[in-house]
Design a protein around this ligand. Structure first.
Ligand code: PBG
Length: 328
C-alpha cells in the first residue's frame, strides 16, 4: 500500500522568491538600525581596532566623514562612545564638555541635524580603575555613581544628543537622569535604558576598543547574572516606571528568549545590542572562509527582529546598508 498523498503542502509557499517574499513574516529595515562609533580626541585620527575588523576609533573630523557615508547609505541613528584624554577615580572626563563625545555630538547635530544621536552614559571608559561606578574598598557606590551619571547625561544633552543611553546598571539612574534632564528643560530628550544588561563575555572586544576593562574584579556585582530571566522583567518594568522611553536587552544572540519575554511585558519599544563579541566572532569566521558573512549577518539580525526587537544596535550597520542597496 502506498502512503496517502499530502493534501496540505506548506512547500507551496516556498516555490519562488516572489512567493517567499509575499509571505515573509519579519523584515529587516535600515530605519531600525543604530550604528555605534568610538570617538577619540585629536584630529585626523583613524585607528584600527584589532579585535573588531572594520571598526575604527575616529577623531571628530574623521567621524563626520564616516557619518556622511552611512547617512548617504540610509542609516539615521548613531551611538557614541568616547575614549577620553584623561582618566581618574571619579570619571570626571565623562562630563567634560571639551571631551570627544560632547564635541562629536555637537558636530554631528550641526552638520547632519536629521541624524539621531544617542550617547552611551557610563563611567567605565573614564575611570582609572575601569569600573562603571565609583569604587570604595572594592565596592561600587550606587547612589554616588548615579549623581555623576546625571552630570554625564546632562553634558551630553547640552552638547546636542537626542537620547542618552545609561549602560552602567546602577539602581535608580533612569529616574535620576529623567528628573535632571527635565529640570534643565530637556523634556524631549529620550532615555534608552540598557535595562537588561548581562555580565557577559561577549563584551571582550569592546573593552579592547574602548580601553575599559576593569583593573580588578569584574562587573558581576552590577550587571545581571546570565541564567536569570525573571529578573530581566523586573529590571525592564522598573525602568519603564522610571520613564525610560526604550528598553534595551544586551547582548542579543544568547538572549533571544529574554528579548521575546521583555517584548511581551513592556509597552515601549525594545532595543537589542548586537555586541562586539557577536560581531567579532562572525568577522573571524568569515575571514577564514568558514561562513558566508552576508547570510550569517542577515540571519542573526532577522532572528533579533523575530524575537521582538524593534531597534538593533549593530557594528554591521554600514555593511548591511550596502548589501541592501545591492539587493534592491
Ligand atoms: C559600557 C558599555 C559596554 C558595552 C556598551 N556599553 C561594555 C561593558 O559593559 O563592559 C558593550 C558593547 C559591546 O560589547 O559592543 N558600560
Amino acid at each position: 500500500m502506498s502512503n496517502p498523498k499530502p493534501v496540505k503542502r506548506p512547500r507551496r509557499l516556498r516555490t519562488t522568491e516572489t512567493m517567499r517574499s509575499l509571505v515573509r513574516e519579519t523584515k529587516l529595515d535600515l530605519n531600525d538600525l543604530v550604528n555605534p562609533f568610538f570617538v577619540v580626541n585629536g584630529e585626523g585620527v583613524t585607528e584600527k581596532i584589532d579585535s573588531m575588523p572594520g571598526v575604527f576609533r575616529y577623531s571628530v573630523d574623521k567621524l563626520l566623514a564616516e557619518i556622511k557615508i552611512i547617512y548617504d547609505l540610509g542609516i539615521k541613528a548613531v551611538l557614541l562612545f568616547g575614549i577620553p584624554a584623561y582618566k581618574d577615580a571619579g570619571g570626571s572626563s565623562a562630563y567634560d564638555s571639551n571631551e570627544a563625545v560632547q564635541r562629536a555630538a555637537a558636530a554631528i547635530k550641526d552638520r547632519f541635524p536629521e541624524i539621531f544621536v544617542v550617547t552611551d552614559v557610563c563611567l567605565c571608559e573614564y575611570t582609572d580603575h575601569g569600573h562603571c561606578g565609583l569604587v570604595d574598598e572594592g565596592r561600587i557606590l550606587n547612589d554616588q555613581t548615579v549623581e555623576i551619571l546625571t552630570r554625564v547625561a546632562l553634558s551630553h544633552a547640552r552638547a546636542g544628543a537626542d537620547a542618552v543611553a545609561p549602560s552602567d546598571m546602577m539602581d535608580g539612574r533612569v529616574a535620576a537622569i529623567r528628573s535632571a534632564l527635565d529640570r534643565e528643560g530637556y523634556v524631549e530628550k529620550a532615555i534608552i535604558s540598557y535595562a537588561v544588561k548581562y555580565a557577559s563575555a561577549f563584551y571582550g572586544p569592546f573593552r579592547d576598543a574602548a580601553g575599559s576593562a576593569p583593573r580588578f574584579g569584574d562587573r558581576r556585582a552590577y550587571q545581571m547574572d546570565p541564567p536569570n530571566i525573571r529578573e530581566a522583567l523586573k529590571e525592564a518594568l522598573l525602568d519603564v516606571e522610571e520613564a525610560a522611553d526604550i528598553i534595551m536587552v544586551k547582548p542579543a544572540l544568547a538572549y533571544l528568549d529574554v528579548i521575546r519575554a521583555v517584548r511581551e511585558t513592556v509597552n515601549c519599544p525594545v532595543a537589542t545590542y548586537n555586541v562586539s563579541g557577536e560581531y567579532s566572532m562572525v568577522k573571524a569566521a568569515a575571514a577564514n572562509g568558514w561562513v558566508d558573512e552576508q547570510r550569517i549577518v542577515f540571519e542573526q539580525l532577522i532572528a533579533m527582529k523575530r524575537a521582538g526587537a524593534d531597534l538593533i544596535f549593530t557594528y554591521h550597520a554600514k555593511e548591511v546598508a550596502r548589501w541592501l542597496q545591492q539587493i534592491s
